[in-house]
Write a protein that binds this ligand. Structure first.
Ligand code: HEC
Length: 140
């Protein structure tokens, strides 16, 4: 075998083995982990009890302030005077109402009075919170 023949055979062998390894490499990563990743389902399902802990926030305990109740519920009518509601800050209108006594005022706000809905639509307001809200309206 001549020197030339040997080197040409070597080259052929080299090319064949290079092709073989190249095709093996393109078959991709055959590790178990890689395969599991490829055949994993697209979505995942949460079963009851699996739900991860949800961040909680503190719900304020104790009575809401008059300011809070007013700004959430009463302001809708008492800032603009809807349906004849005495406006917050209208001292004359409130003084006239105060003339009947604070107890009557409280009672009307808690139980409703004409177009004034019971508890001013704050159905879960306690009497204490309602009275605080009235105090707040009277302070405006
Ligand atoms: C849907 C509208 C509306 C909302 C909401 C509302 N009010 Fe009234 N309120 C009225 C109207 C209308 C009157 C006047 C009723 C009348 O004199 O005929 C009134 C009257 C009052 C009076 C005077 C009662 C009297 O004896 O003269 C008080 C006190 C009062 N509201 C407190 C509140 C408070 C506190 C809230 C919130 C918790 C509230 N209102 C929410 C409409 C509303």
């Amino acid at each position: 075998m001549s020197q030339k023949e040997i080197s040409s055979r070597c080259l052929t062998l080299f090319v064949i083995s290079a092709l073989f390894f190249a095709s093996a490499a393109s078959a991709g990563n055959m590790s178990e982990e890689a395969i599991a990743q490829r055949i994993a389902p697209v979505g995942s399902v949460y079963l009851q009890g699996d739900i991860p802990e949800i961040e909680t926030f503190d719900i304020p305990s104790g009575p809401r302030s008059g300011d809070n109740v007013y700004n959430t519920f009463c302001i809708a009518c008492h800032s603009t005077g809807v349906a004849g509601a005495p406006k917050a800050g209208d001292t004359k209108a409130w003084n006239a109402r105060m003339a009947q006594g604070r107890d009557a005022l409280n009672d009307h706000a808690i139980n409703g009075f004409n177009a004034m809905p019971a508890r001013g639509t704050c159905m879960d307001c306690t009497d204490e919170e309602m009275i605080a809200a009235i105090d707040h309206i009277l302070s405006l």
